[in-house]
Design a protein around this ligand. Sequence first.
Ligand SMILES: Cc1cc2nc3c(=O)[nH]c(=O)nc-3n(C[C@H](O)[C@H](O)[C@H](O)COP(=O)(O)O)c2cc1C
Length: 339
Amino acid sequence: MVVTSSVPPLRIGPIVVWPPIVLAPMSGVTNRTLRALYKPFGFGLTVTEFVSANALRYGNQRTTEMIDQHGVEQPVSTQLWGNDPAIMAHAAKVVRECGADIVDINFGCPAPKVTKTEGGSACLRDVDRCEAIMKAVVAAVDCPVTMKMRLGWTENEQVFVEVAKRAQAVGVQALTLHARTAKQFYKGSADWAKIAELKRAIDIPVIGNGDLGDPYDALRRMRESGVDAVMLGRATLGNPWLVSRLRALMEGREPEATPEAPDRLRFAMHHYRTMVDEWGEPRAVPQMRKHLGYYLKGFPGASALRERLMRTETAAETLAVLEATIAQLDSRTHELAVA
Ligand SMILES: Cc1cc2nc3c(=O)[nH]c(=O)nc-3n(C[C@H](O)[C@H](O)[C@H](O)COP(=O)(O)O)c2cc1C
């Protein structure tokens, strides 16, 4: 493909986001370690895991860790979920004080533990409540407020344009649309025609999200839908090089090839060590199992290695297996040879 032109930055109020590539908020995944490690690949903006506005009232240790942005990457957006305007407004003030550059409201989560209390995507069943939450949060903080949503609760209740118009009217400064309904969870595919429809309907910046896994496809989707930025989630896990490739395209450069297996594993080891340093071994070891699975995705012959790594109990043991694997990698085929 011939690379021809660059794209402009995303502007969220006074914040200039370059490149216009956003790391999707992912609960249990986008902690500050991962965000700091992945941002240099080319994310212009990162978003925290969602934080319960209700839980913030009680200030437990895990929640406090999630919202502490001091000394971490900038700009960073802290995402909140909840169903009560006053509690959300209070939570917004707290996260702003803890270093958020942007406060993001979650109207997208379809998980029952969230929707059973009318939070996340369940808010979309009550457009007036959405508006009241957004209005209260915008009034509470001196930084930009954004919102992330799905198309609606079900196929027949697609309220995204209505909610977006209300968001714009109350001062929300950018929106992300994950173009599936809540009832779809992750089934089917994201409907990028709906993202284009949203972009045509409002003036504030729109960030398109859903199923972007290839840099050329992401740039094409961005151009065809007219969105101001793209948000990438699952496809970047274990493959942050996807983001550097997309960034290159946005800058009008030919993307470099994704590194070969040994270098990818070296980066996985760096991720592993950083997690252990920052979170301590007892918390890092179980958390990193899923990440090692992501790094091994698509490697020929990886399943035996993945199984082996699921059973390691200590960081030293895990790193030794990875080191031995790198040494064993066949330099011609880069196939994994697990003893
Ligand atoms: C493990 C996981 C956790 C997620 N947690 C959140 C979250 O906390 N807040 C949110 O708005 N979306 C969350 N999402 C949805 C993603 O932000 C994103 O909208 C979705 O994965 C679609 O993008 P993708 O196809 O690029 O992955 C989560 C998704 C996954 C896979």
